[in-house]
Design a binder for this molecule. Structure first.
Ligand SMILES: [Zn+2]
Length: 391
């Protein structure tokens, strides 16, 4: 059956359409156009969202958990609980992200996450089921990180990059690794970057103390993204720009940022958005299990984290966030001169482009999955639709 959704506006997000018509069939978008002058066939169900804005479902490529679920520790059966929480914040797809843990624990976690991805692929969704964001691929954050810029990743769990270890991680994840954060200055890193890029992984430089020349070599070897820009990176110095100099000035790469106003101060969020532009800036949450939960003690993989007033710390270092993607989008409109459409783009099309999944998601155009979010004019999530279901 065909369903036609209408609202006040729609952001594809490359375009804004007033009085839009979004036609969905069999879980896919078949048409995006203006409602003006269109006659709907009798067999088409029409759903009108009034003065709302339709935008693609948010896509979070860096998230460790939420709603009390830690993605490295919990059994696969708990993952849908996180999916429901994420959907309530407008997210329709995400990359479960690992932290540096002992390798045997990491292999086991990767196997469970692969199970969760396959379970989500197999689940047929009906309009009566609670809507869930789907895990779409794994982001490997660690173990190939710099000791100096490890943040809270435990030093004993950091590993020197070798193609052998990467292949073992790949096998444990049954090929579902779609993204990897790596410090390019580590011995052996360039070979691993090249091998991962060859397998289609979005190689992201981060947790790194690299000089600018090393960061450039990483890009030449196949890296094309940067992880939580400014956090866990050699600081920018105007005479010794380091990795951040490369991340902000290279127009061939995308980069992401935690726009909670805690990890990066608001004026620097603005600076980042101006440097990367609406085409290449990506929003992530880096959220942990405490997201959506009261203050207290929580786990981030093997790391115990204290959460107080929206700040997550472990031994005084920032440890993940309790940010949600809808808030990140609204923060961007407050921290910068960007309007809601550009902010939405940084949470939808841009991450989809960064990880080369935009043929399937990230825009509200014909052929893409019918994963979308219904926002109020102020950017609050009113409803989330996954696979054309959940209205
Ligand atoms: Zn992280």
């Amino acid at each position: 059956m065909k369903t036609a959704f209408t609202a006040k506006k729609l952001f594809t997000p490359l375009e804004e359409i007033l009085q839009p018509l979004l036609v969905v069939e069999e879980g896919r978008i078949t048409e995006t156009s203006s409602l003006a002058g269109k006659a709907m066939g009798a067999s088409t169900r029409v759903v009108d969202f009034g003065d709302a804005i339709l935008v693609p479902g948010f896509f979070d490529i860096h998230i460790h958990g939420g709603a009390g679920v830690d993605l490295m520790r919990e059994p696969t059966s708990e993952v849908p609980r996180l999916g429901r929480f994420l959907a309530s914040h407008g997210v329709t797809g995400y990359f479960p992200t690992t932290v540096a843990a002992p390798l045997d624990k990491t292999y086991a976690a990767l196997g469970r996450l692969a199970d969760a991805i396959e379970a989500a692929q197999k689940t047929a969704i009906s309009n009566d089921d609670p809507v869930q964001a789907r895990p779409l691929g794994i982001h490997l954050e660690g173990p190939f990180l710099s000791h100096k810029r490890r943040g809270v990743h435990p030093p004993e769990n950091l590993v020197q990059p070798t193609v052998k270890v990467f292949e073992d991680l790949w096998a444990a994840a049954r090929g579902y690794i779609r993204m990897m954060t790596i410090a390019p200055e580590l011995p052996g890193a360039m070979e691993v970057i090249a091998e991962a890029a060859r397998r289609g992984v979005c190689v992201s430089i981060g947790h790194s103390d690299a000089e600018i020349s090393t960061a450039k070599n990483a890009v030449a070897a196949g890296a094309r993204h940067a992880t939580h820009t400014f956090n866990a990176m050699r600081p920018l110095d105007h005479r010794d720009p380091g990795i951040i100099g490369e991340v902000l000035s290279d127009d061939s790469i995308t980069a992401d940022l935690i726009a909670d106003g805690i990890h990066v101060a608001a004026p620097v969020v603005k600076l980042f958005l101006q440097a990367k532009g609406p085409e290449r800036a990506v929003l992530i949450t880096d959220a942990m299990s405490a997201t959506g939960m009261p203050d207290g003690k929580y786990q981030l993989g093997p790391i115990e984290v204290d959460v107080k007033d929206g700040k997550c710390t472990s031994n005084g270092s920032l440890a993940g966030s309790v940010l949600t993607m809808d808030r990140a989008v609204r923060n961007v409109t407050q921290f910068s001169s960007w309007g809601l459409r550009s902010a939405v783009r940084a949470a939808t099309l841009n991450p989809a482009n960064a990880v080369r999944m935009s043929q399937d998601l990230g825009t509200l155009t014909a052929g893409r999955r019918a994963d979308f979010t219904v926002l109020s004019p102020a950017g609050e999530v009113m409803k989330t639709i996954v696979g054309g279901q959940g209205f």
